[in-house]
Design a protein around this ligand. Sequence first.
Ligand code: DX5
Ligand code: ZN
Length: 221
Amino acid sequence: MIKISPSILACDFARMGEEISKVDKFSDYLHVDVMDGLFVPNISFGMPVIKSIRKTTDIFFDVHLMIERPERYIEEFAALGSDLITIHYESTENPAEVLKQIRALGKKAGISVKPGTDYSVLLPLLPLCDLVLVMTVEPGFGGQKFMHDMMPKVSALREAVKAGGYDIEIEVDGGINAETAAIAAAAGANVLVAGSSVFAAADAETAIADIREAAEKAYKG
Ligand code: DX5
Ligand code: ZN
C-alpha cells in the first residue's frame, strides 16, 4: 500500500500548524526532519517544535533523525509523540542496539542509508526494523534533485524484504514528485516523502493526490 509522508522541512515555519492542516487529512504520515548540524551540514528544528506540532494533529509522525549518536535522544523523541523513529546507519556505532531501543519504547523503528552507503549493510538489521529509508538525495536540504541511481538499492531491499518474509516498509526521501514517485514505486518503494513538491504547490491536496496516483499505478510491491 502506497503511503505519502509530506516533509514539513518545506513548510512555512512561521505558520506550521496551518501548513500541517493543509496536508494531514490527505496524507498517511507526516515526515519530521531533525538535523543537528553535525551529521548533516544543516540545522532544522528539535524537541520544542515537535512538542508544539504534536498538539495540532493526530497524524502518524514519521521522525527522521539526521543526528550524531541518536541513542542519546531516542527516549525523548519517543515521549514527544513520534510514531516511527528512523535513524541513520552511519550515525551510530551500534545501529542494532538503537533499533532495539526504539522498539522497546513501543515505537516503530526505521533505518536509513545515505546515497554512498551500500544497501547490504542493512541486511542483518532487517529483523529489527519496521521501515527502511533509502535517501534519494544527500541528506541535509530540501529541494534537491532525485538520484535515479538509488533505484537498484530500492529494488534490492524490496527483494530482500520479500525473500525474508519481513513486514517492512520501504521509504524514499528527496526529490519526490509525481514523476519520480512512479519511478521509486516501480522499484519497490511504498512510502514516499515529499517536501517541496507538496508545500510549494498551489494546492497541496492535489499535489498529494497526483503523487499517490502515479505511485499506485507504478507500484511493484
Ligand atoms: C533531506 C530531508 C528530506 C527533505 C525532502 O535531508 O530528509 O525529507 O525534506 O525535501 P524535498 O522533497 O524537497 O526533496
Ligand atoms: Zn527526511
